[in-house]
Write a protein that binds this ligand. Structure first.
Ligand code: ZN
Length: 519
């Protein structure tokens, strides 16, 4: 063992020598490194970046960019689950530290050439207040591949905690042949208590989807979470299963998930055909955006749905590996469990973010709530965004349009923007707060944050804007014609069941327009 250790040290020394060129390599010093909460002084998990002439990677810390392109900014960060001993070279170093998105950052300058310290404690100050209000954050879309079973366990135990998630929903995903490397598929549906560490609640669901080609657009993807057993078929259509017809619908799977108490989240923003029919039919519980890939922004989906009179809880996740801080905060009452979190999500008490934390109130009512008016009325709107990085602007959005903006100001180690104004509503509408930024976070993703809306109805009547209803009609028509042209069915009744969804959606949209025109 001794010689093995010596050998490892020798290799490390050569490794450091490479990092430290052109200096003379000196002996490494073993130090214990820990992040602590500024107030309580208790250890907290987080990530660190150790900079010398370039980023250094002590071999016993996991890369935060595990499974991802190591050349991107996330690859510079290392997971520090708690107090860890690491070997550092004797040379000037800078240790950057962060812990999720609710604390400030810290920069520690260190030179072990003359410094006899063997314990380095880095305090991080929390600036966010959302936790006091019962807000808990989750990633609702995650799969892992090309890891061993042990590595997948380690990933799920260390990385969600280091990013300070409160809940994580992994999901099972079938893709003929390719899914042999999908290591997260070996977890059974339900809560995965053996993977829970650092206070993160972990649960496994499934991705339910249809493709026409291996990667092309099809009926779409949903997450079925909080399920007790897998809904079959997990993946629909020959494009992904290499055997089955383009039947049944995603909606059928959603109904089966609901029958066992599950929650259905549409994935990838507007990607896929069955989003509009399922939203109109009241089948979907929430909508994901920025959960892997590039599938447009809020204007391509959320804003059309909302302005057509639908209620859409906002959600997000990361799909393959946690490449970002992207998360959905939901206001949970009582104990945090996968079920209580999903219940809060369904009610729309949510906001999504990969950085700034949002607070939003309309006459004291938060996201997901509805207020009814009998006549034109004034509402007091208060929105606040707090973030570690300068995110630029906070915006109030009414029916898809920005009606007020506040710029950030520096505040004691973080940035804040606040809106406080009176908004008059005479007609039904929806209001939400968001940030708009071109700034990237520490992992290299452009900052985003958006609340679910507060809904204002007038004597029970919801907002219904004709251009948005007509936009959804064109989407339904396009989807129907694509499926008529490309769908492969074993029987006419299968075709009828699928096409019928789109016909129903069209009837619903025409009804909405007729009602709008008769008002
Ligand atoms: Zn996925």
């Amino acid at each position: 063992l001794k010689s093995a250790t010596a050998l490892v040290s020798a290799i490390l020394a050569i490794g450091w020598a490479a990092f430290l060129a052109p200096g003379v390599p000196r002996r490494d010093t073993r130090v214990s490194l820990v992040l602590v909460d500024h107030e309580t002084r208790q250890p907290i998990p987080g990530v660190v970046r150790i900079r010398a002439s370039k980023s250094l990677t002590p071999t016993n810390l996991t890369s935060r960019g595990w499974g991802l392109d190591q050349k991107t900014p996330i690859g510079e960060w290392l997971v520090l689950p708690g107090k860890r001993s690491i070997d550092l070279p004797a040379q000037p170093l800078v240790i950057d530290a962060i812990s999720g998105i609710e604390t400030g950052s810290s920069q520690t300058d260190l030179d072990l050439t003359n410094d006899a310290r063997t314990e380095i404690e880095i305090p991080l100050r929390r600036f966010s207040r959302v936790r006091e209000g019962g807000w808990a954050c989750a990633n609702t879309h995650l799969h892992l591949k090309d890891l061993t079973a042990l590595e997948a366990d380690q990933y799920l135990k260390e990385i969600p905690a280091a990013d300070r998630l409160d809940a994580l929903f992994v999901s099972y995903l079938e893709r003929a042949e390719e899914d042999r490397t999908y290591i997260s598929n070996r977890y059974p549906p339900g809560r995965l208590k053996h993977l829970e560490s650092g206070g993160v609640v972990v649960s496994n669901g499934q991705e339910h989807r249809h493709n026409f080609g291996p990667q092309g657009e099809g009926f779409g993807h949903v997450m079925l979470l909080g399920i007790k057993e897998l809904v079959q078929p997990v993946s629909i259509g020959a494009g992904i299963s290499k055997k089955d017809p383009d039947w049944p619908s995603i909606g059928t799977g959603i109904d089966r998930a609901h029958a066992q108490g599950g929650t259905a989240i549409w994935c990838h923003n507007h990607w896929g055909f069955e989003d509009v029919p399922n939203w109109l039919a009241g089948r979907l519980d929430a909508q994901n955006i920025f959960d892997g890939g590039s599938h447009g922004s809020y204007e391509d989906s959320f804003y059309h749905y909302l302005s057509a009179g639908l209620r859409i809880p906002f959600s997000t996740g990361t799909d393959w590996f946690m490449y970002d801080f992207a998360r959905c905060y939901a206001q949970v009452s009582g104990e945090l469990t996968p079920e209580s979190w999903l219940g809060a999500l369904r009610s729309g008490r949510t906001f999504i973010t990969n950085g700034p934390l949002l607070e939003f109130k309309v006459d004291g009512h938060g996201p997901g709530e509805a207020l009814d008016i009998a006549a034109a009325r004034e509402f007091k709107v208060i929105a606040t965004a707090r973030g570690r990085l300068d995110f630029g602007r906070l915006e109030l959005v009414k029916n898809g349009h920005v009606v007020e903006t506040a710029m950030t100001r520096p505040e004691d180690g973080h940035f804040e923007a606040t809106l406080s104004l009176a908004v008059t509503a005479s007609e039904p509408c929806w209001l939400a707060a968001r940030i708009t930024s071109d700034r990237k976070n520490e992992y290299g993703s452009v900052l985003f944050a958006h609340t679910s809306p507060v809904y204002i109805t007038r004597q029970g009547r919801t907002v219904c804007q004709e251009p948005d209803v007509r936009f959804l009609m064109t989407q339904v028509e396009f989807a129907r014609s694509e499926i008529m042209a490309r769908g492969k069915f074993d029987t006419d009744s299968q075709r009828g069941a699928i096409i019928g969804l789109y016909d129903h959606a069209m009837v619903d949209l025409k009804d909405r327009l007729a009602r709008r025109q008769s008002e």
